[in-house]
Design a protein around this ligand. Structure first.
Ligand code: DP6
Length: 360
């Protein structure tokens, strides 16, 4: 299905060589996207914190392709080195994006990308990577057809990023980003992410995310396979309803700054995501003993000392520790003293809520 709203008006005529560059952030979901339908449509809406320190920088150099080439012709470089391993995923993405950017057919592209976090950290780079590339492609389109308004460009970048990786739809805007149609959220769409339009207490703009690198290995199940496991999953419909209910409950907590309710919901989401993998067929245990040890310590620390700290997980063993700036001194001390012993080499990444993608 072609979405008219995102078709291109840029002419497919001759294009002078040039380049564009964007930086896009990673994001961490508070209510998780897990399960999708044909066309990369999520089975439930999700919401995330945009991160800051974890990001991808991409430079896209373009030039006319030789007339015989059937475009888009492209090469990918990671940290300055050719990275042919990324090409199949990017080819699929460009093929999906082509109806919306038909001028790509006549171009030869060089995609130079670098991540601020190590490739082997277990942090997925697909969200920030696809968002940075989508933003470059929209910037290139604007060169050919100037005058698009910023809001529409952002929507198109998120729309295209989603075709590459669902969660990438949430890596364009800053703060809290909502993706997926929800009757209670004005302007929400399955096709792209939007800045969460509800009331948000200022405390959430100060949130830190310390990512504890428990396991830096390749994940045993890719997200694409993981989403597929929700098809025919015995608890799928209950899970999709639960995510919607969690979003309904999160709204008031975000508005009032109720950090206890926030912690409850965010942790329940993380554990529900893992519960889905534990009960799918085949099943996957993605937590490690150290993941559980960290979770238990965080809960014990919160109950004993009342600090507003909570955890979330993505589809792996690493733990994201979330806390507001007002608690940062105490919580980071606790992380150093009690949690880093569970991370090989004490490895962790200090991140926080960020402002969204930016042009370089
Ligand atoms: C567990 O966006 O990586 O991080 O759409 O197949 O590329 P694809 O999957 P992906 O899935 C992310 C899943 C998650 C939860 C989330 O980010 O909402």
């Amino acid at each position: 299905m072609v979405h008219q709203e995102f078709l291109s008006r840029a002419a497919s005529g001759p294009i002078a060589p040039g380049e564009v560059a964007w930086q896009a952030p990673s994001n961490i979901a508070l209510v998780k996207y897990w399960g999708k339908r044909e066309g990369q449509i999520p089975t439930n809406p999700s919401i995330s914190f945009t991160l800051d320190a974890c990001n991808t920088r991409t430079r896209l150099a373009y030039a006319p392709a030789s007339p015989k080439a059937k475009g888009p012709v492209f090469r990918v470089f990671l940290d300055g080195e050719p990275a042919p391993g990324f090409e199949p995923k990017i080819r699929r993405f460009l093929d999906l994006a082509l109806p919306y950017l038909p001028f790509l057919e006549n171009l030869s592209l060089e995609i130079h990308t670098e991540n601020s976090f190590p490739h082997s950290s277990g942090i997925a780079s697909s969200a920030s990577g696809m968002a940075a590339l989508a933003l470059c492609l929209v910037a290139l389109e604007e060169r050919l057809d100037p005058g698009a308004d910023t809001a529409q460009s952002k929507r198109k970048a998120s729309f295209l990023a989603r075709l590459g990786s669902g969660s990438a739809a949430r890596s364009v805007d800053g703060g809290l980003v909502f993706w997926g149609e929800h009757p209670g959220i004005a302007g929400s769409s399955d096709l792209y992410g939007i800045r969460y339009p509800g009331e948000v207490h200022p405390v959430f703009g100060t949130y830190h995310d310390t990512v504890l690198l428990v396991d830096k290995g390749q994940k045993p199940v890719s997200s694409t396979v993981g989403h597929g496991l929700m098809n025919g999953h015995p608890f799928a419909s209950q899970r999709f309803n639960q995510a919607r209910r969690h979003l309904d409950l999160l709204g008031p907590a975000l508005a009032s700054g109720d950090l206890a309710a926030f912690a409850d919901l965010v942790e329940s989401e993380a554990l529900s995501l893992h519960a889905m993998m534990l009960t799918s067929s085949p099943s996957f245990i993605l937590m490690k003993p150290d993941t559980l040890a960290i979770i238990e310590k965080i809960r014990g620390y919160r109950e004993a000392g009342g600090q507003p700290v909570c955890f979330t997980l993505d589809a792996g063993a690493n733990v994201h520790v979330l806390y507001p700036a007002s608690a940062a001194g105490a919580v980071y001390g606790f992380i150093r003293e009690a949690l880093l012993e569970h991370c090989p080499g004490g490895q962790h990444i200090c991140d926080r809520v960020g402002a969204g993608a930016r042009r370089l």
